[in-house]
Design a protein around this ligand. Structure first.
Ligand code: SIN
Length: 539
């Protein structure tokens, strides 16, 4: 069969490599092959490979971080398939770091070096080139892909999925020259990553604009858990500052406020290694109380030689910002990092639409619940991409179970007013009188950051929804406009979903509903029912 895979991070590359032995594969990617979020991943891959560890322990940590709403089957699959998938990477030649430390060799039974990150009960995060794990994996997978018979279409942007008789049969793209083109497919696998650019500050690369989620939603696929947006606690708070890995705190760095106080010790027994959502909110509160000034990540308690050797990329990044983190704290603040929600899938990547599969960050297997455990994302990309590739061509079950044994509560979003407005503008080609296209991304980011961010409440969410309803991207033509349309679609959906979840859980913190409601642990699914296109269009 002919399979089109969209995206070239760890999930897309893995799916393409695996599928290429049995299928005719085309891989479409918006940038070049190695653009995308994977290459920025620092911490590593969480995997229960050590003698002191087990899939059961990894599962338990994943569930605790997920705030009681992870899907048990998806978590089991992730943690039990994980070791085999990391061995695949070793066999492909990913240069995971090694150690000669006696205690580590004894504890783990092998010489893989392991880091520790927040909410992990074991040292189980394998890494490469210190803090450049994602880049090492991406490079190795891209090399492996080049040895396969796969057609690679770079600088090709997903616009929409093509649906015929209820099944996905291809996709519309903008090609390298910006020209619209249709690609037919027996199956489409979306592996197009996240949507960090919904927010002003993000650790994500520029390509992370939710194109896959939005296209799937417009095509009628069910999306789930989109209100669960993970903010990483520590982005280097300098212009264009990037991620500062949680592994730095895992090695012993601490967080301090402007007075030098280690505030996390007051907020959680695990202090800096509390679940990511707890640390991100703790930092945000201090930043607010300090009038916007970032907190400091203090790694001066670590041996300077070790710090530089263990984190060479971050040492370069801090030096480039004029900072010497062996001698001083460096400014950090939370930033949008990862989408726990996305296109609802089963453990084989199957979505609610026949012909459409989704893997990696674009998908929602439920494996992360309301808060992803650190360094489970690369593992997710590996595990579910292989399972999806293996499911290609297999008979589709009569009923795809999207979240384990739970039945998805499908809440239909009928956005008649907006759809009608957009349709009119598309048909008449008339200008959008509310917001010029150039402003849309900035406006979306402002609304999302201020009102659909780390802390939310009913008043802010309702006004966010109203403000988003007043934005439109009329007749998108170029890549940037298509991205803006995707961001706007997803922003609206996220605000709706956040409004509907009247509790606090993991990354979704409602100041007006601070408690977790045990009855709300199950996911909410969302599907767009497009409004009827008006028969008569006013002149
Ligand atoms: C980090 O290195 O802190 C990021 C890892 C992750 O997002 O899981």
């Amino acid at each position: 069969m002919h399979v089109v895979i969209v995206g070239s991070g760890i999930a897309g590359l893995t799916a393409a490599i695996r599928a290429s032995s049995r299928h005719d594969v085309t891989l479409v990617t918006k940038g070049t092959l190695t653009d995308g979020a994977t290459r920025y991943a620092q911490g590593g891959v969480a995997v229960a490979l050590g003698a002191d560890d087990s899939a059961a322990l990894h599962q338990a940590d994943t569930h605790v971080a997920a705030a009681g709403s992870a899907d048990a089957r998806a978590v089991e699959v992730l943690c039990t398939d994980g070791p085999a998938r990391v061995r695949d990477l070793l066999a492909l030649g990913v240069p995971f770091d090694r150690t000669t430390d006696r205690a580590s060799l004894d504890r783990h039974g092998d010489d893989l070096a392991r880091g520790r990150e927040a909410a992990h009960g074991r040292w189980r995060v394998v890494h490469a080139d210190g803090d450049a794990t994602g880049a090492a994996i991406e490079r190795t997978l891209a090399d492996a892909l080049h040895r396969r018979h796969v057609t690679i279409l770079e600088r090709t942007c997903l616009v929409d999925l093509v649906v015929r008789e209820g099944a996905v049969v291809g996709l519309d793209v903008l090609d390298l020259l910006g020209e619209p083109r249709r690609l037919d497919a027996d199956a489409v696998v979306l592996a197009s990553g996240g949507a960090g650019h919904l927010y002003r500050e993000t650790t994500n690369p520029l390509v992370a604009t939710g194109d896959g989620q939005a296209a799937a939603w417009r095509a009628g696929a069910v999306l789930a858990d989109v209100e669960f947006v993970q903010f990483h606690p520590t982005r280097l708070a300098v212009p264009d500052g990037g991620l500062v890995s949680e592994a730095v705190r895992g090695e012993g760095a601490v967080l301090r406020d402007a007075r030098g106080d280690r505030f996390m010790t007051r907020l959680h027994p695990d202090a800096e290694l509390a679940p990511r959502d707890v640390v991100a909110r703790g930092i945000a509160a201090v930043v607010r109380d300090q009038g916007g000034a970032p907190v400091l990540l203090d790694a001066t308690g670590l041996d300077p030689d070790f710090l530089v050797r263990r984190f060479p990329g971050l040492t370069r990044a801090t030096r480039a910002a004029g900072l010497d983190w062996t001698r001083e704290g460096v400014p950090v603040a939370p930033a949008a990092h990862y989408a726990m929600g996305g296109i609802a899938t089963d453990a084989e990547g199957r979505t609610s639409l026949p012909g459409l599969l989704a893997v990696g960050e674009v998908a929602c297997t439920g494996v992360h619940g309301a808060n992803r455990l650190a360094s489970n994302s690369l593992l997710e990309g590996l595990v579910f991409a292989v399972r999806a590739a293996d499911a290609l061509g297999a008979p589709r079950p009569g009923r795809v179970r999207l979240r384990g044994d739970a039945t998805l509560d499908v809440v239909t979003v009928t956005d008649a007013a907006d759809e009608t407005r957009a349709s009119r503008q598309d048909r008449t080609g008339g200008p959008d009188h509310r917001t010029g296209a150039a402003d849309v991304r900035q406006a979306v980011q402002t609304v999302m950051t201020d009102r659909v961010g780390l802390l939310r409440d009913a008043t802010g969410l309702a006004s966010a929804r109203r403000d988003l309803d007043h934005l439109a991207v009329a007749s998108p033509t170029g890549v940037r406009e298509h991205e803006d349309r995707a961001l706007l679609d997803l922003a609206r959906l996220t605000a709706r979903a956040a409004e509907a979840r009247t509790e606090s859980r993991g990354a979704h913190a409602r100041t007006d509903h601070p408690d977790t409601d045990p009855r709300a642990a199950r996911p909410n699914g969302w599907v767009l029912r497009p409004a009827a296109v008006p028969q008569e269009v006013p002149a």
